[in-house]
Design a protein around this ligand. Structure first.
Ligand code: NAI
Length: 709
């Protein structure tokens, strides 16, 4: 079946790309071949003066290369060839004697933007779904079809590197300011405007473009010494951000630099060489696996397909307008555009909550992600009161009150008297078993956990936690709503700590043991950031709040016994009213809410003399293997439904290094037998808490793994 349909109107060929049987347009081998022969036909067709390339899909121009195709690559040579062929196809667009206009509505990403860059003129629509970008580095790759060459030539080295090295996408208005597109129009007239532009180009020739960026941009981008400064700054920033763990951004920088300094042919050669090397590398493989896992989760409702019916959520209630409640309300309004009612015990607290929730909208407005009228409309969806007024119309209520069983039970009882009998009650508890909260409910089938992470608007994960009594309809409704809030959702079992806090607990506790042994705080944190976590465990304790961590720690201790026996460090800190960032006094000191250095007065408080004279590898092993072992234990307990959910939960919930693929992937990579060996060594040195999980012993014995090899 054909992917392109062509109509010729007044000498302008309108080529509509509509990949059969797929929701979005992707570039694969067949599409590239068809495009090439189409271009050849149009070249020889005397009735055609110019071409418009437009998409037949509602929300995408071209979403990028077909990633499935990458996974089939067997070796580096094949990967290089794939990139080289992409470059060739795209160059045919650029060298076409007949001008080609890209008419862009919806996502124009990766290979899609590389196609657009090779066209002679670009028009984008102002539709919110229209975004342009080269996100390849997020898959551990670089733009490999000329993107590293054409983008800097079009918008300058600094702006291009800003986009390529981060993989971020830009809206049409910003793309226009950057010079990435030539015009922005409403979707309804895209086709007409594009046809008119094609006609103009055919008659008057290609437009002269001036690079944007003003005088300073010109000095930086147009002179060799200026560009050297740009490369140097970019390299420094990349190394700082990736800790040297992700090779793609530096490779992209290399391809841009070679292209600008040695000419486009050399640049293209470097581009496909580097692409080939990265595509078969371990980091890219891991990032692609994560991409597929999250894509699969987007289609996974948490219950077997066809067994449940989601209900529509038209109105949301949120009880508790504190830190989490406000975040949940603001995020729901922003992403789901749902009428949201907040309830707290008094109006002052409601006022604070509404202000915080509106603050999230304001931030989007300031960053020009939403317009003023959108902001006004969304703010209008938020309301609040000190009683349950309005809750009788809610379809879903999320509870985020204090972390106390009695309070939560009482709120549920009060709500059941107010809300419709078919409304769903979700609790955001982080430590209390959901079935305890639900034990006296009149409708336990409509009670479950929705565990958001802080800060809600930024953390990408949501754990949905059904009890044994929760109905499938309730589960699927919560999963779908969480997804609409922009979250990656995993459904986990109602066991203490659920998944994320379960594997986090022994890790944070091990940090407590290290602290109590006098290991230098910066060293502990540095070891783990070098391992690839975004923050170290001690800094994380400060963020979570030492009171919260202590409470969670004792719940876990009670549930799992000696393995989770809390280290002495936290009670000592709390004894000195050190709560972490929230009161400006933790392991670190805080000046005007900014983290300053380690607070050295902590050491005498813990009764230790700080030392750096430790085996760093051992520090790393203690922290990492406590988490790996717990992951194996929890997995065997049936806390997660699959290794996929486990690894995604760890990566998105606590920042487990993505390039390592998650704790279970890491166990597979290291090999269960070696993991067991290390755990035995740790057990001998540090005690029973490192006793290897039976599941690991079994895997070591039988040669099992979590994922198929
Ligand atoms: P918070 O103390 O900031 O907010 C709690 C709010 O609930 C307060 O405004 C309080 O006035 C209100 N409240 C208490 N009893 C109430 C009642 N009976 N009716 C109405 N409102 C009532 O606490 P935060 O941090 O927002 O935590 C809320 C829940 O979210 C807790 O269950 C916590 O375990 C959970 N959670 C917290 C996370 C965090 O990082 N802070 C992360 C994930 C979950």
């Amino acid at each position: 079946m054909s992917s392109f349909a062509t109509t010729i109107e007044n000498g302008i060929a309108i080529v509509t790309f509509d990949l059969p049987g797929e929701p979005v347009n992707k570039l694969n081998g067949a599409v590239k071949r068809e495009l090439e022969s189409l271009l050849a036909r149009l070249r020889d067709d005397s009735a055609t003066r110019a071409v418009v390339l437009i998409s037949g899909k509602p929300d995408t121009f071209i979403a990028g290369a077909d990633i499935e195709e990458f996974t089939a690559i067997a070796n580096q040579t094949e990967a290089e060839r794939l990139s080289f062929e992409g470059q060739e196809t795209v160059s045919r667009l650029e060298t076409s004697q007949k001008p080609i206009v890209a008419a862009i509505n919806g996502a124009c990403l990766g290979g899609g933007l590389e196609v657009a860059l090779a066209c002679h003129y670009r028009i984008a629509t102002d539709h919110p779904k229209t975004v342009l970008g080269l996100p390849e580095v997020q898959l551990g790759l670089i733009p490999g079809a000329g993107g590293c060459q054409r983008l800097p030539r079009l918008i300058g080295a600094s702006a291009a590197l800003d986009m390529i090295l981060s993989g971020k996408t830009e809206r049409a208005s910003k793309a226009l300011r950057l010079g990435l597109v030539d015009e922005v129009v409403p979707p309804t007239i895209l086709r007409q405007v594009a046809a008119a532009a094609a006609d103009r180009l055919a008659r008057e020739g290609l437009p002269k473009r001036q690079q944007k960026g003003g005088l300073s941009g010109m000095m930086l981008d147009r002179t060799a010494p200026g560009r050297r400064m740009v490369y140097r700054a970019a390299r420094k920033q990349v190394i700082k951000k990736t800790g040297g763990h992700y090779p793609a951004p530096l490779a992209a920088l290399g391809a841009v630099e070679v292209g600008l300094e040695q000419g486009i042919a050399a640049g293209l050669a470097e581009e496909h060489r580097a692409f080939g090397e990265l595509a078969v590398g371990d980091v890219s493989r891991k990032l692609v696996q994560i991409f597929f896992a999250t894509t699969a989760l987007k289609k996974d409702d948490g219950v077997p397909a066809g067994t449940a019916v989601p209900r529509q959520i038209r109105r949301l209630g949120v009880v508790g307008s504190g830190f989490m409640g406000a975040g949940i309300a603001g995020t729901a309004v922003l992403n789901v555009e749902v009428d949201t009612r907040l309830k707290d015990s008094d109006l002052t607290r409601i006022g604070k909550g509404l202000k915080a929730a509106t603050g999230l909208l304001k931030e989007r407005l300031d960053r020009r992600r939403i317009t003023r009228p959108q902001y006004e409309r969304l703010s209008g969806l938020l309301s609040g009161s000190a009683d349950y007024r309005g809750f009788s119309r809610a379809d879903l209520v999320i509870e985020a009150v204090f972390e106390e069983l009695d309070v939560k039970r009482q709120v549920l009882a009060e709500l059941e008297a107010e809300i419709r009998p078919d409304a769903i009650f979700a609790t955001n508890t982080s430590t209390i078993p959901i079935h305890h909260i639900a034990s006296q409910a009149r409708h336990p089938e409509r009670v479950l956990g929705m565990h958001f992470f802080s800060p809600v608007e930024r953390m990408p994960l949501l754990e949905v936690i059904p009890t044994g009594a929760t109905s499938p309809d309730t589960i699927v409704t919560a999963v779908r709503f969480g997804r609409r809030m922009g979250k990656t959702v995993i459904v986990v079992a109602d066991r203490p700590g659920f998944w994320v806090n379960r594997i986090l607990s022994p890790y944070l506790n091990e940090a407590g043991h290290l602290l109590q042994e006098g290991v230098n705080i910066e060293l502990i944190d540095r070891v783990m950031t070098e391992f690839g976590f975004p923050v170290g465990p001690v800094a994380l304790l400060d963020e979570v709040g030492l009171d919260v961590a202590q409470k969670a720690g004792s719940v876990m201790h009670e549930a799992f016994g000696d393995r989770m026996k809390p280290a002495a460090a936290l009670p000592r800190m709390l004894g000195a009213t050190r709560l972490g960032r929230k009161n400006g006094r933790g392991f670190y000191s805080y000046k005007a809410a900014h983290k300053a250095g380690v607070d050295k007065s902590v050491y005498p408080l813990l009764g230790v003399h700080p030392t750096e004279n430790v085996d760093k590898d051992l520090v790393e092993r203690r922290l990492v293997y406590s988490m790996l072992n717990e992951a194996a234990l929890a997995c065997a307990d049936g806390v997660v439904r699959s290794p996929r959910d486990a690894d995604i939960g760890a990566i998105f919930g606590i920042g487990f290094p993505a390039f390592r693929g998650g704790p279970l992937r890491m166990i597979d990579d290291v090999g269960p037998a070696r993991v067991v060996e290390t755990l035995y060594q740790l057990q001998e040195q540090f005690g029973e808490r490192f006793r290897p999980a039976p599941a690991l012993l079994e895997m070591a014995r039988s040669g099992g793994r979590y994922y198929p090899a």
